[in-house]
Design a protein around this ligand. Sequence first.
Ligand code: HEC
Length: 229
Amino acid sequence: MIARLSVLFLALAVVAAHAAAQTTPLLSPPAAFDRATIRRGAQWFAQYCLSCHSVKWIRYDRLTRDLGFSKDAVRQELMFPGGAHFAQGMVPTLSARDAAAWFGVAPPDLTLEARLRGGAWIYTYLRSFYFDPTRPSGWNNHLFPDAAMPNVLAPISGIRDAKGRLIQRGRLTPRQVNQVIGAITVWLEYTSDPSKLERERLGPYVIGFALLLSVVAYLMKRAYWREVS
Ligand code: HEC
């Protein structure tokens, strides 16, 4: 019994220590889950993330169906200049082995990242980079300490020090940067559950149908009972 209790206390202590270590509060992305936002997120993702990260379970042709991209738009905005096959998943030209050699860790596939970590985590992570000259890449991250990923959004977001002060301005205002990061987050929420878009479109019809069915059922019940009594 005592052994069991001590195991329980140990487990609790580990959980408490973990909770205490995670001091960066998670922020919700200021972006709606709709087609326009997901499209914008896909474009930013292709421009800033796809060079390292794959979303290999999403095929290019799915984006023409779900998001209304034309084939030309997919070629120009989402594929690399060399092109790719429409039936192929979105994968970088950089091989996982080269990436692992350069960064020490291979950039993981992000198709299911939003299920693994949640949208708020991704949004907060992308906002938490700071300049750290002691790191090999020159970057560190408040939410994911010693992450091997560089701050690829620095040209638009600018550079911040560990205290959050802006050392160098970026091309966009902080508000615009949050919108870009929000759109990228919503895009990754879509890739982790593409049918959510379809579900949200069908939702009102399903509820309408259920309501109609209950009215019909009620009228039938009244008609039957009138005959019984
Ligand atoms: C230059 C290559 C590179 C680019 C470009 C890049 N990343 Fe990363 N990313 C990495 C590496 C390497 C890691 C692994 C970090 C680690 O485990 O220390 C990583 C990790 C991540 C993680 C955390 C994965 C996890 O759960 O462990 C997320 C989320 C992420 N990247 C999102 C993005 C997004 C979104 C973009 C585009 C804005 C992007 N990355 C651009 C290299 C890159």
